[in-house]
Design a protein around this ligand. Structure first.
Ligand code: SF4
Length: 149
């Protein structure tokens, strides 16, 4: 199983999810975030953090179609590892139909100064201590994969 970001992220781009992800698998476009489905370790801690309920497990029938979309843009956009101010999306955009057609941008989001791929390997100590041993081994595997070990 993995988790994806769907089109309800568009026009909001809240980054609460980024602050809790133990493997830093979120990537930033101009209008939304995506989650790399192959880097995600399925811990599920990000799902309840999203204020607009845009993060769903791929076991959700409506989420399955978003896995390829998330993988595609995760490979094109920069990683995002720190919380940023959200976009000023109006409340009526929450749950609006057709945002992908009207408000999605393929352009990458910004990279903050000092932010980069190497930093994505850092895992907050508090999250490691909260992890089960199985969770820690998956984090280690994810980091090793990124380092090419
Ligand atoms: S489920 Fe866990 S590993 Fe996957 S994106 Fe959410 S916080 Fe990160």
């Amino acid at each position: 199983m993995t988790y994806i970001v769907n089109d309800n992220c568009i026009a909001f781009k809240h980054t609460d999810c980024v602050t809790v992800c133990p493997v830093d698998s979120f990537y930033e476009g101009e209008s939304m975030l995506v989650n790399h489905p192959d880097e995600c370790i399925d811990c599920g801690v990000c799902e309840p953090e999203c204020p607009v309920d845009a993060i769903r497990p791929d076991s959700d029938p409506e989420a399955k179609d978003w896995v390829g979309f998330n993988r595609k843009y995760a490979k094109l956009w920069p990683i995002v590892i720190e919380q940023k101010p959200p976009l000023p999306g109006p409340d009526e955009m929450d749950g609006a139909v057709g945002k992908l057609e009207t408000h999605f941008s393929e352009k990458p989001g910004g990279i903050s100064e000092g932010q980069g791929r190497t930093m994505s390997l850092l895992v907050p100590i508090s999250l490691i201590t909260a992890c089960t041993s199985a969770c820690q081994s998956r984090i280690g595997a994810a980091s090793a994969t990124r380092q090419g070990i």
